[in-house]
Structures are given as structure tokens and as C-alpha cells.
Design a protein around this ligand. Sequence first.
Ligand code: PLP
Length: 357
Amino acid sequence: MQFEHLPHPAPVAAADREALIADPGFGKVFTDHMAMVDYDTGEGWHSATIGPCAPIPLHPASSVLHYAQEIFEGLKAYRLSDGSMALFRPDANARRFNASARRLAMPELPEDVFIDACKQVVLKDADWFPPIEGGSLYIRPFMFANEHFLGVRPATKYKFLVILSPAGNYFKSGAPAVSVWVSEYTRAAPGGTGEAKCGGNYAASLVPTGEAFEKGHDQVVFLDAAEHKWIEELGGMNLFFVFDDGSMITPPLGGTILPGITRDSLMTLAREQGLDVREERYSLDQWREDAGSGKLVETFACGTAAVVTAVGKVAGRDGEFSIGTGGPGQMTSKLREQLVGIQRGTVEDKHGWVVRL
Ligand SMILES: *Cc1c(COP(=O)(O)O)cnc(C)c1O
């Protein structure tokens, strides 16, 4: 599929752009261009463009506004030490996007179109790359249903888009460990949409996350829906538990957990070093007990946006407990350095994860 490059009538002036990317934060600044591809039943995917990042007119009956057929992905373009740019495992994002599409009764997008859209828009807006330590271009591919129809069934029209947001480094090494709140709400139930990356899951997590903030914590921990006992995820990140013998546990996938690409990459890196990494259920009670006895030495969360974040304090209805020293532990720091090193080209990429642009 060929992307048609549309002219931009008024790109942001260079001086304004430089001011915006000097300290972009996360998710606030957007670049000049976006990729867009349309889908209709019958015609399939068509009209691929790289054009101005601009509002999209939507009919008020557009089905996404009513029944939330929407999925998304999140990945980053990194600057390698030699100055070139690269994506990290975009094929894994393309595959997961299609898994989400199947669960939400949406059409799959050819993986090469997904990857090409990401690459082309990044190359087009390369001068938006933040010139700061640890900066990146956050890439947000997404798809939504936009048929004008209020009946409840899968829509016949969709749009796929890719937008870019320059991002700062909010995972500076030595960042303090986060404090987390164990929620009474659940994020995902067996048979639900927990393993799909869909906007609806996030809408449902806003109240529990707000509750965690109100109580003075940084993030929310979700337990399983059936027994309210087993630890599942931390907000939009996967969790790992590190023990005093060097072994690690992460909750097993199985429908209610989002299959994180960072999770998968860290498991691979840890196993390569001979560490015993188990995908195994781990309960809140066991977490508290092991943190108390010293058997559990570290807990960290991982995801594309913040890479690896240490968990220092856990609070819930039954009181609170601390983990290790309350700051990032050795394993957390080591794994973060290795992964960031591969992403930036300073550590050898043995798996072909880094895709140069
Ligand atoms: C995206 C996401 C993750 C992390 O996935 P990565 O591929 O590592 O970025 C974890 N949990 C949820 C709920 C997510 O949406």
C-alpha cells in the first residue's frame, strides 16, 4: 500500500517547534503530520495518506461515539547513539493491534501497513525529535469505527491513524519508587477485554486511578475479578516480583492481562542471564508476607511509556507495607539499563528487536 503525502499548509515554525520540544512532558505536544488509512467493508483498506495532523470531522452517529469500538497501540522512536532513529519491536505492536482488533470485532490491518505508517510519519516529522537526554517520539497508532449507524453490530467503516507526541524522559534513573493503591474495583474479568488494548478498558480504570491519587498514591493495582486475591496489573503496566534468591514472578497471561511487549522483552533478557522467571499467580497476601519476611526484595512495573518503575510502598483496605529499601532495587535498575541500552543502541541487540529507520 502506497501512502500519498499531502502538502501541509502551515507547519509549526521552527522556533516554536524548538520551544515545544525542549521540555515536552508526555502526551501534550503533537507533531505536524499524521498517517491515516480508511476501511470499508467491500473495499477493504484504502486511501493511505501522510498529511497534516488536524481535527477529523465525525458524524454524531459515528459508531465509536456510542459503542466504543476503538483500539490503540503505544511504541516509541528512539535516537541511537550514532544519531539515527529506530523503532523497538514494531512487529510485536502490529500483531497485538490485530489481536485487539479481533476481540473488538474490527478489521485486521496488514502488519506491514501498520509498521510502514509508523515509519513514514516518524521520518516525516524527524525534526520533532526532542533533543534532550532520554527523549523519544511516542507513536500512537489507533483505529476506530466511524459508520453512521446506531444499531448494535460491528461497524462497516473504520479509520486507522498514527499520531506522534514528542516525549521527555520521565524515567530518569534514580527516580523514586512509586506508592501504589490496591483497588477494590476490577480492571478485567475472564472472558472480557482485558488482553485487548482498547480505550474502553482505560475509561473503566479512571475512577479507580482517581481514587488512588486521592489517597496520595501514584498508581493503582488491580486484583483478579473472580477471587479478588491474585495480583494482575498496575494501571497500564505489567508487574514483576523479585525474590532474594534472584528468581522472579510475573502474573501469567490468560485473558485478563495485557501482554506487554516490555514484559516479554524483560522476561527474555532475564532468562538469558540464567534467572528463573516464572509466569505464576501471586496473591496480595503472599506479597505482603514475603515483603515482611524479606523473601521478596523488589517489585517493579514495566511498560513502553516509563520502561521500568520500582514499587516502594503498597496500600489497600487492609493497611500498608513497604518493599525492600523503598527505592529501586538492583534487579530493577539492571534490567532497566539493559533494555534502555538495547533501545538506544549501546547494548548489543541479539534478537533483532531494533528496527532502524
Ligand atoms: C500497553 C499496556 C501495558 C504495557 O505494554 P507495553 O507493550 O509493554 O507498553 C500494560 N498494561 C496495560 C493495561 C496496557 O494497556
